[in-house]
Write a protein that binds this ligand. Structure first.
Ligand code: GLY
Ligand code: MN
Ligand code: MN
Length: 448
């Protein structure tokens, strides 16, 4: 069970006021008087009594930032204090969820030790209310609300989720602190010649997180594995020679995520070429962040990132053409096949990145950049990642080799770098009136 200190309690209470205003507007827009929001149930494996680690419905977690809430539910009715139906089952196989002290005075809390009784209470709250919406993965027991996850309501809420409350920013800073502690231990473990597994364990221990608690599975990639964007294994033994290290690993605090990537070259004259690329990418990433201010189009930031990658390819002798040609011919898309970044918050890839309005406006990514998850105009209080990459991905390099523009590539140079996998540098930034606050670099600087 999480606890909150005085400062957090104040922020939490203001956060709930903001949520109340948002839900009032969203419910009115979608034509509802109230909503029942359930935390949900863990998903059991097929023909098994074991389940996946539980992650509550994010619409529930935004009000009640605690994972240990299986079977609990909220009733949101504008004008009334949110009501929490808290399930604390009598169970001697497991530790039942603990009643949070921070709910006092903020939520109208009723505790149930029997899930059936809780569901009856929910059913009676919803009875005869045909303007009640249900928000959650599935309705428990005897609930049969007609409006399940109505799009008008969810779109409205998802659009506004991009703008973080002070409480949410506070949580994301705390999540970043955990991540940075882990990153520093991971870097030391890499420098000491550790295997992916050993580096991963060093990360978990230093950041005091279990793997279930992470916002996403750690990506711990030595050498060629850095070219696998979401590499998911942890080799138990170190490679014969560690040339490079890419670590994309986060932190989670009261449900909020940090998503951080760093790349390193091994020390030694034979690695200088890759090391120079890492330095260039690090500088480029910071110059991309300097472009951010309210009113800028995120798609433009993404396109400018490709222009910078084109310059790096040209400056480092990976292409035989000017940077402009590398950009215009789309060569950079082979080396950077993912988007520049995404919204982040309760979910690592937070919702609403392709919405242009709360009322349902939608802007899909352009055909040239199908993986881009954020096409919105940059605005104050948004938090998103900036994570340019430059990879040597065999599948994409082979595809490029078969095209006419293959002649623009300096293949001998590219081939010498394949064994390094790739580079990604990822920070989380909060948009301010003038520009950004870099949550990630600020935390690294505090640890110097
Ligand atoms: N860690 C996943 C991502 O960077 O989006
Ligand atoms: Mn990311
Ligand atoms: Mn990441």
């Amino acid at each position: 069970m999480n606890t909150m200190d005085e400062e957090q309690l104040d922020l939490y209470s203001e956060h709930l006021d903001l949520l109340a205003r948002r839900w009032e507007a969203a419910l009115a827009f979608a034509g509802f008087d109230a909503a029942i929001v359930v935390a949900g149930q863990p998903a059991e494996y097929f023909l098994d009594d074991q389940a996946t680690p539980f992650r509550p419905n994010p619409h529930f977690a935004q009000w009640f930032p605690e994972d240990d809430a299986v079977g609990s539910a909220l009733l949101i009715r504008p004008g009334e204090r949110p009501k929490l139906y808290f399930l604390q089952p009598a169970d001697y196989w497991h530790q039942p969820p603990q009643q949070p002290d921070w709910a006092d005075g903020n939520l109208d809390l009723e505790v149930f030790d029997d899930p059936a009784r809780l569901q009856e209470a929910l059913a009676s709250a919803a009875a005869g209310q045909n303007r009640t919406a249900f928000v959650g993965e599935r309705q428990p027991g005897n609930l049969s609300i007609a409006s399940v996850n109505p799009a008008l309501l969810l779109n409205h809420l998802h659009f506004h989720r991009a703008y973080k409350s002070e409480f949410e920013v506070h949580c994301m800073k705390a999540a970043t602190e955990l991540a940075v502690t882990g990153h520093r231990a991971a870097r030391d473990a890499f420098r000491a010649g550790g295997s992916e597994f050993e580096i991963h364990m060093a990360y978990l221990a230093a950041s005091r997180q279990t793997s279930d608690a992470l916002p996403y599975g750690n990506i711990v990639a030595l050498n060629e594995h850095g070219a696998v964007l979401h590499y998911q294994h942890y080799d138990r033994d170190p490679p014969d020679q560690s040339r490079s290290f890419l670590i994309d690993a986060g932190g989670r605090y009261l449900g909020y995520a940090a998503d951080v990537t760093r790349s390193y070259a091994a020390v030694g004259p034979e690695h200088e070429r890759f090391s120079a690329l890492v330095t260039a990418m690090d500088q480029a990433q910071q110059s991309m962040i300097r472009e951010i201010r309210p009113g800028v189009d995120y798609l433009e930031l993404h396109e400018n990132a490709h222009r910078r990658i084109a310059e790096i390819l040209s400056d480092h002798g990976l292409v035989r053409c000017p940077a402009e040609t590398a950009f215009d011919t789309g060569i950079t898309r082979t080396f950077l096949p993912h988007g520049l970044g995404h919204l982040i918050g309760l979910q690592t890839h937070d919702v609403g990145g392709l919405q242009t309005s709360a009322e349902g406006g939608h802007r899909p990514p352009p055909e040239d950049y199908p993986a881009l998850r954020l096409t919105r105009t940059v605005e104050k209080d948004q938090v998103f990642t900036i994570e340019p990459g430059l990879y040597f991905i065999p599948q994409l390099l082979d595809e490029l080799k078969a095209k006419d523009r293959s002649q623009l590539i300096h293949w001998e140079s590219v081939d010498t770098l394949r064994g390094y996998g790739g580079i990604r540098i990822e920070d989380n930034v909060l948009v301010t009136d003038e520009g950004t606050e870099n949550l990630t670099r600020d935390a690294f600087a505090r640890h110097e």
